[in-house]
Design a protein around this ligand. Structure first.
Ligand code: TRP
Length: 468
């Protein structure tokens, strides 16, 4: 094993690592998923618990993942194997790398379909389809799209080809320039949308929904049926919030680990991780602040599900000055954000294939891409020919099941084991030397990674199981 660099190359600087990891973290999770799950899970209290998970679980585990990657300098599977050896752990730790590869395949399989929606919306905004559109009109544009398996398949295929192209060339090429320009542009556009929502939306209602916690909603789901309020105990909001903390920071499956393995030795891990986590959280909160005022101003339900941003933002673009341009730009940037995230989902598998099967990156990227494309068919059909109850399990479609299994179970479990490895298996001098933090910062991290993060993950799991 090489001590200093990975065989796949290295980022040119610390900034390059931050850009790449931020490119991975900021994606559909922030702009598409965060608003719709916040809407489904009652807003405020859910958002607060999600922020708590970012701080106490996400950030320490992200530091651990980068550290393990940079120390191991290989694909996550081989990194876990060789670190387990050098730290006197069991060779079974390599399984963690394998589970990560599996999670990456499953996540990308549906991520690509949703990115396909964003691609379809680029075409529609450029063509001016949303100009002057009403809430109903926008709703039917969305329904028409997802009910057509052929169209979804075409966009999903295009997005997978885009991913294979980048991964085949090596993730470093072009990523730096892309993220450096696109991330600020995306932030600026989100600010434009928030300003629009401030003037034209139900801003205070939207903000109250997002930031005023009603803690009952973490435990109960209430419905008013025929004038009678009925509440059911639920374990979902907390596990969804925690799962999303992993999802949005790209944690628990080796994506950040493999990016860490390309990180120069001299740069600070803690500082980089803080920058990435803050940026990621900012994008999600801005997206929420843009969307919920529009939801309430147009009398839509916050809990409509995965179509939320596709059914709300076009209303804004349809009526604001310059909306056609802003709308087109927005969906283009959304596609780019999804793209820079998607490539990190298959990089661990491709790096492993290159290391262990002696094949080139291009062939590895195609093999992985075709497999993921195929699994993606399940999600393509979830919104049309397989949307009926005959094709559901526990009332969930293939898409719902994949999302639930990966975000809420596989990623937190992966993260839990990463925390246990970094905090308990790895010797203190090894992690202290690799992180090179100020002593008190290292002390805080160590308490978080050994006790706080694992216990919080376990507590949320147990809470969910009990409700089940
Ligand atoms: N974090 C990305 C988003 O929010 C998605 C993503 C990329 C991801 N790589 C990952 C999620 C690895 C989990 C694990 O859109």
């Amino acid at each position: 094993m090489s001590e200093h660099t990975s065989i796949h190359g290295q980022w040119s600087s610390r900034l390059m690592f931050i850009l790449a990891a931020a490119g991975s973290a900021v994606g559909l999770g922030n702009i598409w998923k965060f608003p719709y799950i916040a809407g489904e899970n009652g807003g405020g209290a859910f958002v607060l618990f999600y922020l708590l998970c970012i701080a106490l679980v996400g950030i320490p585990i992200m530091i651990a993942e980068v550290m393990l990657g940079r120390k191991g300098r290989q694909s996550p599977i081989n990194t876990m194997r060789s670190l387990a050896r050098s730290e006197n752990g069991s060779p079974l730790w390599a399984l963690l790398g394998w589970a990560g590869v599996a999670a990456g395949f499953l996540i990308l399989s549906y991520y690509s379909v949703i990115a396909g929606w964003a691609l379809a919306y680029v075409a529609r905004s450029v063509a001016g389809v949303f100009n002057g559109a009403t809430a109903d009109g926008v709703q039917s544009i969305f329904t028409d799209l997802v009910q057509d398996p052929e169209r979804l398949l075409a966009w999903h295929s295009l997005f997978m080809v885009m991913c294979m192209l980048v991964v085949a060339r090596g993730v470093r090429h072009g990523l730096e320039r892309a993220v450096r320009i696109l991330m600020p542009a995306l932030l600026a556009l989100l600010v434009v949308l928030v300003v629009y929502a401030f003037f034209e939306g139900a801003f205070s209602t939207g903000l109250a929904f997002l930031f005023q916690p009603d803690f009952e909603k973490l435990f109960f789901r209430c419905e008013t049926i025929g004038g009678v309020r009925q509440c059911d105990f639920t374990g979902d909001p907390m596990i969804v919030a925690m799962g999303h903390a992993f999802f949005t920071l790209s944690l628990g499956m080796g994506a950040i680990m493999v990016y860490g393995s390309y990180m120069p030795k001299s740069s600070s891990i803690g500082g980089s991780v803080m920058t990435i986590a803050i940026l990621d959280t900012l994008v999600a909160l801005l997206a929420g602040m843009a969307i919920f005022p529009l939801v309430f101003a147009n009398g839509l339900a916050p809990g409509v599900g995965p179509g939320l941003i596709f059914q709300t933002l076009p209303i804004a673009f349809g009526s604001m000055p310059g909306g056609q341009l802003f709308g087109s730009l927005f969906f283009i940037l959304l596609v780019f954000a999804a793209w820079t995230s998607a490539i990190s989902l298959i990089e661990p598998a491709v790096a492993w294939l290159v290391e262990n099967r002696q094949i080139g990156r291009a062939r590895a990227a195609i093999m992985v891409g075709v497999t993921v494309w195929f699994i993606g068919l399940g999600t393509v059909f979830s919104f049309n020919i397989w949307s009926g109850e005959a094709y559901q399990l526990f009332g969930k479609t293939v898409f719902d099941l994949l999302d639930y299994l990966t975000s809420n179970i596989m990623l937190p479990l992966g993260g839990l084991f990463i925390a246990l490895f970094a905090g308990w298996v790895m010797q203190q001098p090894s992690s202290a030397a690799e992180l090179a933090m100020k002593p008190w910062v290292y002390g805080v991290w160590r308490v978080l990674i050994r006790y706080v993060a694992p216990l919080l993950v376990i507590a949320v799991f147990l809470n969910r199981i009990e409700v089940f």
